[in-house]
Design a protein around this ligand. Structure first.
Ligand SMILES: Cc1cc2nc3c(=O)[nH]c(=O)nc-3n(C[C@H](O)[C@H](O)[C@H](O)COP(=O)(O)OP(=O)(O)OC[C@H]3O[C@@H](n4cnc5c(N)ncnc54)[C@H](O)[C@@H]3O)c2cc1C
Length: 404
């Protein structure tokens, strides 16, 4: 998909707002600014040349977002599987929804195109941003632009300075995955249930699970996910998915076709990503630390933060530092450390969570909407000794860490 004609105008040299990155956070922030009635000039810059259907976002429907109505599919039941043991949970309250990249970009761009004050420029590699004399100077491969405020949503590509800094300084678990969108020749999937985690796969190269989102009886997105530093090539990911399809669904390689592919590296980390790089330069999305450290889920946090940020920009209030409760930080750090230090025990810990916590409570915890009672249920389901030991060490590490 290319940029709609109405958004593809020549850039001026001054803007009120410049947004770096036309990805999830950049487009969402612009959407919320427009919803708040902003009519000052907004420029969005991105290095890519087209909008590809490059990812599928899933999230629990715990609150409205402008994109929820475009969800392609939802599941009210999900499976958790580890060797020889599986758990199925069902909830009518909070379905798990799936939104394709294509539908997200299309919906966001259509809304942006309704407003004459928005320009989107693709093919612009953004370099340095410097604040001087009450404005920010943004250098791109083709031009220099000045703006009153800049929002940086360029993500966390592996190897980028922010990525390397976080990896060096904090607890870090790589979530590396590749997913195939496949169509089978025979009906093998149950479209009413998705598989959130299937750990009954080979674990010899690191903590690994398979995630299955059936779109119908014959179609599914099947993802092979490593929560480890294992260096797995794309060919190996595809081969592991092929072996899984054969062993679990009886699908030989010639019994399905691949319709598409997506892949990613989501850093799970408790690094405190800076919210601002200056008075007028704000970080949003993954770069602003919107990935949940213990799960890698990011989409809902991005929506919450961008909505609150747009409201603050319009009212002149201070931008929000965070939109999730501080009391979950310790539990998040504990889970993260557990995955990092005791990967072999994780399938059983996740199983206890899925088996021992009611689905609505678990969903509220996973979406940072939990009540203290939900959290008490979760803690009760966890093995006490290793988590208490980790809690003591985590608190000690945090209390002796140098201040900001
Ligand atoms: C395949 C995949 C599936 C995912 N699935 C889920 C999910 O199911 N649920 C969930 O909660 N999260 C999911 N995530 C995590 C997260 O929600 C997404 O990565 C999300 O897109 C992050 O949004 P962002 O705005 O921070 O970055 P992005 O959406 O990646 O946007 C960053 C943009 O910045 C541009 N850019 C980068 N550097 C430059 C530069 N120097 N100059 C100009 N432009 C630049 C990029 O081209 C890109 O368009 C997934 C991630 C991936 C990769």
């Amino acid at each position: 998909m290319t940029v709609p004609d109405k958004l593809d105008r020549p850039a001026r040299d001054r803007y009120e707002f410049v947004i770096l990155g036309a990805g999830c956070s950049g487009l969402s922030l612009c959407y919320y600014l427009l919803e708040r009635g902003v009519d000052a000039p907004i420029l969005i810059l991105d290095r890519k040349r087209t909008f590809e259907d490059d990812r599928t976002w899933c999230f629990w429907d715990v609150e409205p977002t402008p994109f929820t109505q475009r969800a392609l599919k939802e599941w009210r039941s999900w499976d958790f599987v580890s060797t020889g043991r599986s758990v199925t949970q069902t909830t009518n309250r909070y379905p798990y929804k799936c939104l394709t990249g294509r539908d997200f970009y299309e919906h966001a761009l259509a809304r942006l195109a309704e407003s004459p004050n928005v320009t989107v420029r693709l093919g612009e590699e953004v370099g340095d941003c410097t604040e001087k004399n009450g404005e920010v100077r943004v250098e791109t491969s083709n031009m220099t632009i000045r703006s009153r405020q800049v929002f940086d949503g360029r993500g966390l590509p592996p190897g980028s300075p922010a990525f390397e800094e976080a990896r060096r300084r904090a607890v870090w678990v790589p979530q590396k995955f590749l997913g195939l969108r496949i169509r089978a020749r025979k009906p093998v999937f149950d479209p009413e249930r998705c598989t959130l985690m299937d750990f009954s796969v080979d674990q010899s190269r690191g903590l690994r699970f398979v995630y299955v989102l059936p779109m119908g009886e014959r179609e599914a997105l099947v993802e092979n996910v490593y929560l480890s530093e294992a260096d797995v090539s794309q060919a190996e990911h595809r081969a592991e998915i092929g072996a899984y399809l054969e062993s679990i669904y009886g699908l030989a390689p010639d019994e399905y076709e691949t319709l598409g592919e997506e892949r990613g590296y989501i850093p799970m980390t408790d690094h405190a990503f800076p919210r601002r790089l200056g008075e007028r330069t704000h970080n949003i999305g993954m770069l602003g630390g919107e990935t949940r450290p213990s799960t890698g889920y990011t989409f809902l946090r991005i929506q919450r933060h961008c909505r609150a940020l747009a409201a603050a920009v319009v009212s002149g209030a201070d931008p929000p530092e965070r939109t999730y409760p501080r009391r979950l930080d310790l539990l998040d750090s504990l889970f993260l450390r557990f995955v990092r230090e005791r990967p072999g025990e994780c399938p059983e810990v996740y199983r206890r969570m899925f088996a021992g916590v009611l689905p609505d409570s678990l969903v509220r915890f996973l979406t940072e909407k939990s009540t203290p009672l939900d959290e008490a249920h979760l803690i009760r389901a966890l093995p006490k000794t290793p988590f208490l030991k980790l809690a003591a060490r985590t608190l000690l590490a945090k209390s002796s860490a140098p201040g900001p």
